[in-house]
Design a protein around this ligand. Structure first.
Ligand SMILES: [Zn+2]
Length: 137
């Protein structure tokens, strides 16, 4: 499953993925203007401050758009098709990407409410999304 393992490109990204492995979904927040930063980075895109803190997000948001993949892009993904990749507008503001899991593709719609769910793929824990209320019943 190496095709699904994230490529770590910075110490901030390493921290994000380490916390995902503990079941915590973190966002960077500017300590100067309180803007949430995504992806993690050294400078606030809004005010250019380098002041930052990590805050835990409940990982709730709304689907901005999505696509369902029916043909695997590589061997590693063949067991997962069809799967749905969505852009999710988190309640804190950032637009993030993740798979929508544990539901049929036809149940997914633009503007649907979702929440983060952590998927252990063996050599990484990925923050994915489930439809809100899907785990409550
Ligand atoms: Zn800022």
């Amino acid at each position: 499953m190496s095709g699904r393992k994230p490529v770590i490109t910075s110490s901030a990204a390493q921290h994000f993925w380490d916390e995902c492995a503990k079941g915590r979904y973190l966002l960077q927040q500017c300590t100067n203007c309180q803007t949430f930063r995504y992806p993690p980075g050294p400078i606030c895109w809004n005010c250019a401050s380098d002041g930052v803190e990590w805050v835990e997000s409940p990982g709730r948001g709304t689907i901005f758009t999505f696509t369902t993949i029916g043909r695997a892009p590589s061997e590693e993904f063949k067991p997962y098709v069809p799967y749905t990749v969505a852009l999710v507008d988190l309640d804190e503001g950032p637009r993030v990407m993740g798979n929508v899991i544990d539901c049929a593709p036809e149940d997914i719609s633009i503007d649907a409410r979702v929440e983060v769910a952590f998927e252990d793929v063996g050599d990484a824990v990925l923050p994915q999304f489930v439809l809100s209320g899907a785990t409550a019943s």
